[in-house]
Design a protein around this ligand. Structure first.
Ligand SMILES: Nc1ncnc2c1ncn2[C@@H]1O[C@H](COP(=O)(O)OP(=O)(O)OP(=O)(O)O)[C@@H](O)[C@H]1O
Ligand SMILES: [Mg+2]
Length: 159
């Protein structure tokens, strides 16, 4: 598994952050794992909301504070479902396995908040998104780090 240099993006508004998710959805495939890191309020859920928009899944993507994982079914036949996980309170990988989700992650895109160091073993390759918050403004900065697979190629195709 190799990690390549991370392209960095400036995201001035929440809509820019959501739009990053929408654009990402255009290069996502079933079985993909996207791991989001960054402090509270950094915009991790906003990115996942954009991914949900782009995939056209059902149900609003909200902060999964009281549930560890939520499955968003495909909104159309042949569409790709989205599994949204908040690993904040998960202690170990065993617990991720124990979630016993009602969907096969090989057929879905899985986006995990707070999953760095925990869930990467669920897939051979993944995309890591690190969000930073500028205290002085609402601007966010995103770093996209491709880990293995063809993620680097796919990021180059990002619209
Ligand atoms: N440029 C920006 N990009 C994203 N969110 C922004 C931006 N500017 C302001 N915000 C606000 O910051 C908040 C980000 O919330 P969000 O729930 O996505 O964070 P999070 O990283 O998922 O936090 P948590 O760790 O609690 O899950 C939202 O209320 C959003 O409106
Ligand atoms: Mg969140």
């Amino acid at each position: 598994m190799s990690a390549s240099a991370a392209p960095a993006l400036t995201l001035p508004t929440p809509e820019d952050t959501r739009d990053l998710g929408r654009r990402l959805a255009g290069v996502l495939r079933p079985g993909d794992l996207v791991v989001l890191t960054g402090p509270l309020g950094a915009g991790k859920t906003v990115v996942v909301r954009g991914i949900g928009d782009g995939l056209g899944v059902r149900g609003a993507v909200v902060s999964p504070t009281f549930v560890i994982a939520r499955v968003h079914r495909a909104g159309r036949p042949g569409g790709v479902p989205l599994v949204h996980v908040d690993a904040y309170r998960l202690g170990s990988l065993d617990e991720v396995d124990d979630l016993d989700l009602d969907v096969d992650t090989a057929t879905a895109v899985t986006a995990v908040e707070w999953g760095a160091g925990l869930v990467e073993q669920l897939a051979d390759t993944h995309l890591e998104i690190t969000l930073e918050r500028d205290e002085a403004s609402e601007t966010r900065r995103a770093e996209l780090r491709p880990v293995g697979g063809d993620w680097a190629d796919r990021l180059r195709k990002l619209g």
